[in-house]
Design a protein around this ligand. Structure first.
Ligand code: NAP
Length: 479
């Protein structure tokens, strides 16, 4: 198993550019082996307040856009040079199979490069003030100004690139950041913070504070000087934070129970390959993992006959093994929850087509049939290597079932015909609809975000920067 540091050394946290120990620490363990990956200094409310003080002070001396862009480009370059080291870190602390961890590390290179480009282009617009007589003798335009100090809270499952999706746009926008990483995976974020400073980010602009949600998290939610919170994580936590932080902007990127529709004319090889890969990669722990597969009834046996061998061929095991497709889920509590949801479904009439417990704390990729909409495996986000294959008789019925959960992040349809594809694009209540592509598909420049309980914003540097800046109108009179 890859480790990232001698297990006894305490990883210091980043407080306004200083690397500090706090006298308190916690242990990060491999979700696969239980081995110590790192012992990390723990921040509390006091460090969080000091980080906000420093961020506010830093923003009084703004960085011009060209400097922001230069720094972001240098971070992108460092990420490129250290991609393998970072992939090993992600693999060790998140239990993400190495090949998926390498993809994440490579994506972070792009996220920083894209943000650098946006920083150089950041602009307002001219306002057609002469369009009414009252505008005579005036000119007007808008400028985009940084919203203020950003509080960023991130989940365990993309400990590098989802952090990059907060930090890089914030710096491009001219905002300082206080970041609380997930307690299960703080090490990647600390490595990234070191690179940001190595790339020339001045002191004060970034703090990374591993710590408890009710200490560090509460300061970010409650301190009025934090003007915007950007949160990626579960819907339960996200909306609860939104309800508490009434006076600040809160951007939420939350969960999903991703549906896929497979029409009678679909390319079944394509559809089953995509489902086998994207229901189970990283053990189903991405926010857009395929969870519900609605298949035109006449195809269901053929679909399962093609899907099951592909699922059974996935390699389950040590995430540090180059060949592993499916590693562990993040911890024992989640493994037990997922097993209980499967058992509950089976007790209510569902059938396990393939999968189940995999030994050594692993879950094998599991395909269910005979599930009904009210079962948790169907109605709630499972966040594990489990998908359900469900027959339907009409496209209307499939759309209604796909829309029947509270979630709305990404969805997909497989068909060779234009008409159902267009109807699905209009009828699926999701932030994105993929046609002949998995709902897990994402590139970092696209507007990514959900509707309904899945969130209230779009991420992708260009879109995030709009959220992290305010439009100020400037009017020039006396002309
Ligand atoms: P989580 O339990 O909601 O935790 C996310 C972050 O919030 C962690 O840093 C956590 O800190 C912190 N937190 C928890 N309670 C808090 C509170 N009361 N106040 C402030 N902060 C609090 O989510 P997770 O288990 O790490 O991640 C999985 C979830 O993230 C899934 O639902 C997944 O769909 C979603 N997700 C969404 C996207 C997207 O872009 N839409 C991307 C990835 C993941 P601790 O770790 O210290 O508890």
């Amino acid at each position: 198993m890859a480790t990232v540091a001698p297990p006894t050394a305490v990883e210091r946290l980043c407080l306004a550019g200083e690397w500090v120990e706090t006298g308190k620490s916690f242990t990060v363990r491999s979700p696969y082996s239980g081995d110590v990956v790192a012992t990390v200094a723990r921040a509390g409310a006091d460090e969080a307040r000091r980080a906000v003080d420093a961020a506010e002070r830093a923003m009084r001396d703004p960085l011009p856009p060209w400097r922001r862009a230069d720094i972001l480009e240098r971070v992108s370059q460092l990420l490129r040079e250290r991609g393998e080291e970072l992939a090993q870190t992600i693999c060790a602390e998140a239990g993400k199979p190495l090949k998926a961890a390498r993809v994440e590390a490579a994506r972070a290179v792009n996220t920083y490069a894209l943000a650098a480009g946006e920083a150089r282009r950041l602009t307002g617009e001219s306002v057609p003030i002469a369009g009414t007589q009252a505008g005579d003798g005036h000119a007007a335009w808008t400028i985009r100004v940084p919203i203020g100090v950003i509080g960023a809270i991130t989940p365990f499952n993309f400990p590098l690139n989802l952090v990059a999706h907060k930090l890089a746009p914030a710096f491009a926008a001219g905002c300082a950041v206080v970041h609380k990483p997930a307690s299960q995976t703080p090490v990647s974020a600390l490595r990234l913070a070191a690179m940001c400073h190595e790339a020339g980010l001045p002191a004060g602009w970034l703090s990374v504070l591993p710590g408890r949600a009710d200490e560090v998290g509460d300061v970010l939610v409650e301190d009025g000087r934090v003007r915007m919170l950007t949160f990626t994580g579960s819907a339960e936590v996200g909306w609860e934070i939104r309800a508490r932080a009434v006076r600040k902007k809160v951007a939420l990127e939350l969960g999903n129970a991703s549906p896929v529709l497979v029409e009678a004319d679909a390319d079944l090889e394509l559809a089953t390959s995509k489902v086998a890969t994207h229901a189970f990669s990283y053990a189903g722990q991405t926010c857009v993992s395929i969870q519900r597969v609605y298949v035109s009834r006449e195809l269901i046996d053929d679909f399962l006959a093609r899907l099951v061998p592909k699922v059974d061929a996935l390699r389950v095991g040590d995430p540090a093994d180059e060949a592993t497709d499916v590693g562990p889920v993040i911890d024992g509590a989640n493994r037990e929850r997922i097993e209980a949801w499967i058992e509950e479904a089976v007790a209510s009439g569902a059938e396990v087509v393939t999968g189940g417990a995999g030994g050594a704390g692993l879950l094998r990729p599991t395909v269910l049939r005979g599930v009904t909409p009210e079962m948790k495996v169907c109605s709630r986000e499972i966040f594990g290597p489990v998908c359900s294959v469900i027959p339907y008789d009409s496209l209307e019925e499939a759309l209604a079932q796909a829309n029947s959960t509270e979630y709305g992040l990404q969805a997909a349809i497989f068909t060779r015909s234009i008409e159902p594809a267009v109807r699905a694009a209009a009828g699926l209540e999701f932030g994105s609809v993929m046609i002949n592509e998995a709902p897990e598909w994402r590139v970092d420049q696209m507007p990514y975000g959900g509707t309904k309980a899945s969130g209230n914003t779009k991420e992708g540097p260009a879109y995030t920067i709009r959220e992290m800046t305010e439009e100020r109108l400037v009017v020039l009179g006396g002309l």
